[in-house]
Design a protein around this ligand. Structure first.
Ligand SMILES: Nc1nc2c([nH]c(=O)n2[C@@H]2O[C@H](COP(=O)(O)OP(=O)(O)OP(=O)(O)O)[C@@H](O)[C@H]2O)c(=O)[nH]1
Ligand SMILES: [Mg+2]
Length: 320
């Protein structure tokens, strides 16, 4: 018998303290006792957002205003194929309470991993924890320039996820730069991801690594522990699937558009990008010719946000 297909709309509701609301499924329900993001199944003829508004009113007694797509997750349970269509909102009226008797709780985003969630929620939790912007550092010769640029991005612009990409530095200078970058990131509560292999984490206790696609393709399993972040570069469907196989926490998918550094490159464009993101089952950052001005567009096609070197390293080439 073919599996049932279930389409569910759910919400990551944030309060003004930056906490997110979770609810516990009643013990008699499917996946009973586990925590979830509130929501429920689409009724006939409803869109995801309409279903979400209805479910949140029914389950929590709140009315939501503006909401933005966060992530879509296709997941195979033994008895059904589920599509979780998850939205992010900061705009709600009413104090949520468990109208169906369920426990509800505001939790710090960093504490989400302590709660047991259904299997399909793994990428959603990643997505809630990750910012919309992934800054990749440029190859920079001058240490002083590097620090000034990074400090400005972290300070004035509130960047919270940084990839140190310094492939041309020799080992000693790389080490110094990575230590400096880590100190700056720590100071601002940002995460630092090192572009390169797992051995880099022995040299610098950063938050994770970012694998180039060639390294990704050579892997059989996840090369680092679960308490570090694994990010990777993907450029096509095979690489996106490989990233999922080795349990990447998130990926960049590129090149979306032509860039000054790669004129004439074969780009995917938003249409192909959306097709690949739909089944990626992990947060995806759009990369290549996109800037922070594209971040809403990236969200609208299912991405976590955008990744960019140019925004901070070569701002003269950014078109608004
Ligand atoms: N709402 C919600 N459902 C989830 C999450 N994760 C997850 O696997 N699910 C699954 O998606 C389905 C959602 O169904 P639901 O029980 O919320 O549906 P509903 O509110 O329409 O309830 P009803 O069927 O009792 O009327 C369940 O099979 C549930 O296990 C999540 O984070 N939030
Ligand atoms: Mg529900």
């Amino acid at each position: 018998m073919p599996k049932r297909r279930v389409h569910v709309a759910a919400a990551a509701i944030f309060n003004e303290r930056g906490q997110v609301l979770i609810a516990r499924r009643p013990s008699i329900a499917d996946q009973g006792g586990l925590w979830e993001f509130p929501g429920g199944k689409l009724a006939p003829f409803e869109t995801g957002l309409e279903a979400l508004r209805r479910e949140l009113a029914e389950e929590l007694g709140v009315t939501i205003g503006r909401a933005q797509p966060l992530i879509r997750v296709h997941h195979e349970y033994p008895d059904k194929h589920i599509l979780l269509d998850v939205w992010e909102t900061h705009d709600y009226e009413g104090e949520p309470w468990g109208r169906e008797g369920q426990a509800v709780r505001w939790v710090e985003v960093g504490d989400l991993e302590r709660y047991p969630f259904p299997e399909a929620n793994h990428p959603i939790i990643r997505s809630v924890m990750l910012p919309r912007y992934y800054l990749i550092t440029g190859e920079e010769e001058e240490d002083a320039h590097f620090e000034r640029k990074l400090a400005r991005a972290l300070g004035e612009d509130g960047i919270r996820l940084v990839q140190l990409r310094a492939k041309t530095l020799e080992a000693d200078r790389w080490q110094e730069r990575a230590e400096r970058a880590l100190a700056l990131c720590r100071q601002h509560g940002a995460r630092l991801i090192l572009n390169g292999g797992p051995e880099l984490l022995e040299r610098i206790d950063a938050d994770g690594i970012h694998l180039p696609s060639t390294a990704l393709l050579g892997l059989e399993r996840r090369p680092i522990a679960a308490d570090k972040w694994l990010s990777a570069s993907a450029h096509d469907q095979a690489q996106v699937e490989q990233a999922a196989r080795v349990s990447c926490d998130f990926i960049t998918l590129s090149p979306l558009r032509e860039t000054p550094s790669h004129p004439g490159a074969i780009t995917m464009g938003w249409h192909d990008f959306q097709q690949l993101v739909e089944y990626a089952a992990m947060p995806v950052y759009a990369l290549g010719g996109v800037t922070r001005h594209d971040s809403d567009r990236a969200r609208a096609v299912g991405a976590q946000g955008i990744a960019s070197i140019r925004d901070y390293w070569y701002p003269d080439t950014v078109r608004s």
